[in-house]
Design a protein around this ligand. Structure first.
Ligand code: C5P
Length: 225
């Protein structure tokens, strides 16, 4: 048995962007680097947890000492998350694409010289955080979501917590002026059933360390392993 406050606990973390294919060689994606999710997985590992790390195609390498499940699309991510359950806690740090291309081609699309342009149709992706939060069987006792907002952060994040059904929301202001998106630092507010707790601006690795410690405390309070 390992040591640390999370020894004997299984924690699931999603991280990175998803890629949604247009055809076999093209995709739609977003600018998530996977930095915050990777730091969280490493911090949970350092507290002794067994970590399953479900990651989209991220820029940052996954941490050592965790079970890495690499996926591309949102639907693959949901399948991988389901397969990784049960877990004592789940942290959804991935920037999942809201939409996928409904009419993705099975072969590389070609310019045919006719001047007719392809038209992409979209379908909504499953909301992985909401799906897991609302499981009637096998819901992790602690489910943590993120909310990256640019305005009215507290109100939007509080609404998001209720709508999705998760226990905590880690909210951050990603307005361009903050320099947080793609930067080294983050300033977050943790929203739970009791209210909001704002942390000072700090390194993303420090946010991860503090969040992992808060998860350990919460699981301790919930009792037996
Ligand atoms: O609704 P919004 O995308 O702002 O919610 C962000 C939170 O929901 C993040 O924790 C993200 O990982 C999660 N999410 C998800 N599946 C989606 C969309 C968001 O798990 N399809």
């Amino acid at each position: 048995l390992g040591a640390g406050p999370l020894a004997g606990r299984h924690v699931l973390v999603t991280s990175g962007p998803t890629h949604e294919p247009i055809d076999p060689v093209r995709y739609i994606a977003n600018r998530s680097s996977g930095a915050q999710g990777t730091a969280i997985a490493a911090a949970l590992r350092d507290l002794g947890a067994r970590v399953t790390f479900v990651t989209g195609p991220a820029e940052v390498a996954p941490p050592a000492g965790v079970q890495v499940v690499a996926v591309e699309t949102a639907r693959q991510m949901l399948d991988a998350v389901r397969a990784a359950l049960p877990a004592d806690a789940a942290v959804f740090a991935a920037a999942v694409a809201d939409w996928r291309v409904a009419n993705a081609a099975g072969h590389k699309m070609k310019k045919d010289g006719s001047g007719i342009l392809p038209a992409l149709e979209f379908a909504e992706n499953p909301d992985i955080l909401a799906t897991v939060s609302q499981l009637t069987e096998g819901r992790p006792p602690l489910v943590v979501g993120f909310a990256a907002e640019t305005d009215d952060v507290l109100r939007h994040a509080t609404e998001k917590r209720a709508r999705k059904g998760c226990d905590w929301i880690v909210a951050n202001d990603v307005s361009p002026a903050t320099g947080i998106m793609g930067g080294r630092e983050n300033a977050v507010t943790i929203i739970d059933a009791h209210g909001a707790e704002s942390w000072p601006r700090m390194d993303k690795t420090e946010v991860a360390t503090r969040l992992a410690a808060r998860i350990a405390t919460a699981l301790d309070a919930k009792g037996q392993k």
